[in-house]
Ligand binder design. Structure first.
Ligand code: SF4
Ligand code: SF4
Length: 445
């Protein structure tokens, strides 16, 4: 009997392991199986993002108060019409990060932060567990029903989380009819996506993928191997099997680069393969090197040329500006618009001017103000002298000023005045400059 074929057991000799021949390279010592670092880190990030997305409206981090026409952001109540710069800055930062960032970090957003990716992966896993794969997939209607029901329940959960962004706290236990309609439509769309579309959407329809094909260049973050490592690739395809986007990280064609979500699962798979050979894998997720002479530390964080550095600085600048504008904004703000067509000099010699005074109250309690005017001797508030604004509300009042007949008439033309909002304690809360216009000709009332 061939001694090498004897199975080890009680009373049988151990198989003979040929001794290393002198001069021949020693076999590498296998490493313990490496932890799936990208898989673990990614699940933690995805779980955190999902929790944040669900909790954000409850914590007033982000929600849309459609009743008051207010955007609630990090506890600040922003009126898009009044706090235009803050809202514009925040939207711009989001667009710069999501779309401009595609140049720097490719589809990293899709692989690590996008809820569609997480939900699709969960649905695929659930399908494998409940229905099985291949021939085992025919497991009967009961399992198909269980799978479909679980997916629809998950879709309903995501739809409820999305609708919650548009409800005020008092509506959460008794949502209006429109919210139920939105919930139903969203549940159907998400369920259809998770049952029939999933990652095909990311591959074929996601506008972000299309945009990426337009903006990415050789310095965009990518997964791949160094040219010198290609020779030691064992073509085991463990990396291909790990990829849920159905691309091979060893390819460098445009399809791969546009489809790869930079999840790093293929890197984990390759690390496992090479651990048996006593070394780390040959696939890496990283930013390519910057141009010669460019600071290495900047290249390591993806800012490998002036274009990327400029984009990052602009995004940072806009973000800082938006935060400063938000922090410096008043709880109450006012805008004054003159209604020139309503300015008149009456036959009796009085001058009237009408203004639209819009007061926004970003505070949680209602506020009331008296309107006062100064800056032009004799001018008084004739009508609209009291403005009440509900909590988180905005009111536009028509305020008429009058320079009575008998007051020393100013010359025709515009005269500066100050409109003041006076609080209950008699103190001026806000004031705005305006022009009191004196027409050249008298017009009847
Ligand atoms: S190629 Fe690798 S990093 Fe890219 S999606 Fe597939 S598994 Fe993830
Ligand atoms: S897992 Fe690593 S060794 Fe195997 S095919 Fe992929 S790159 Fe090559």
């Amino acid at each position: 009997m061939d001694r090498a074929s004897v199975k080890p057991g009680l009373g049988t000799p151990l198989p003979i392991v040929p001794a290393a021949t002198e001069g021949a390279p020693a076999r590498p010592t296998p490493l313990p199986p490496p932890p799936p670092r990208f898989a673990v880190a990614r699940r933690l990030v995805q779980g955190g993002v999902l929790a944040l997305l669900v909790l954000a409206p409850f914590l007033d981090l982000l929600r849309f108060d459609l009743v008051a026409g207010v955007l609630v952001l990090a506890g600040h109540r922003l009126h898009p019409g009044v706090d235009l710069w803050a809202v514009y800055g925040i939207v711009l930062v989001g667009l710069l990060w999501v779309f401009g960032g595609a140049l720097i970090h490719g589809r990293l957003w899709c692989g690590w932060l996008c809820p569609q990716t997480l939900a699709s992966e969960m649905a695929t896993k659930l399908e494998g567990k409940v229905l099985g794969k291949g021939r085992a997939a025919k497991r009967g209607p009961a399992r198909a029903l269980a799978y479909g029901g679980t997916v629809v329940a998950g879709a309903a959960f995501l739809a409820a989380a999305a609708v919650n962004y548009f409800l005020v706290p008092a509506q959460r236990l008794a949502p209006p009819q429109a919210a139920w309609v939105g919930f139903g439509v969203l549940t159907a769309l998400i369920a259809a996506d998770l049952l029939f579309v999933r990652h095909t959407f990311c591959l074929r329809a996601c506008p972000y993928g299309v945009l990426l094909q337009l903006v990415q260049d050789p310095k965009t973050m990518r997964v791949g191997m160094a040219d010198e490592d290609r020779a030691i690739c064992m073509n085991c395809k463990a990396c291909d099997r790990a990829c849920f986007m159905d691309v091979s990280p060893r390819d460098r064609d445009r399809r791969t680069e546009a489809a790869c979500l930079l999840c790093g699962l293929c890197v984990d798979a390759c690390d496992r393969v090479f651990a048996k050979r006593g070394r780390e894998g040959i696939l890496h997720l990283r930013f390519p090197a910057g141009k010669p002479g460019w600071p290495t530390w900047l290249s390591r964080i993806g800012l490998s040329d002036a274009r990327r550095l400029g984009l990052a600085l602009v995004t940072l600048g806009v973000a800082v500006g938006a935060v400063l504008v938000m922090r410096s904004r008043e709880g109450v703000s006012v805008t004054v618009r003159p209604r020139y067509d309503d300015s008149r000099l009456t036959a009796e010699g009085a001058v009237e001017n009408v203004f639209d005074v819009t007061v926004s109250n970003g505070e949680e309690t209602a506020r009331g103000f008296d309107v006062a005017v100064d800056g032009l001797p004799g001018v008084v508030v004739r009508t609209g002298g009291r403005i009440e604004v509900p909590a988180s509300g905005r009111v536009t009042a028509r305020v008429a000023l009058e320079l009575p007949a008998g007051a020393a008439p100013p010359t025709a033309g515009a005269h500066p005045v100050r409109l003041r909002l006076v609080g209950p304690d008699g103190a001026t809360v806000l004031e705005k400059s305006a022009s009191f216009f004196v027409p050249g000709k008298a017009r009847p009332r």
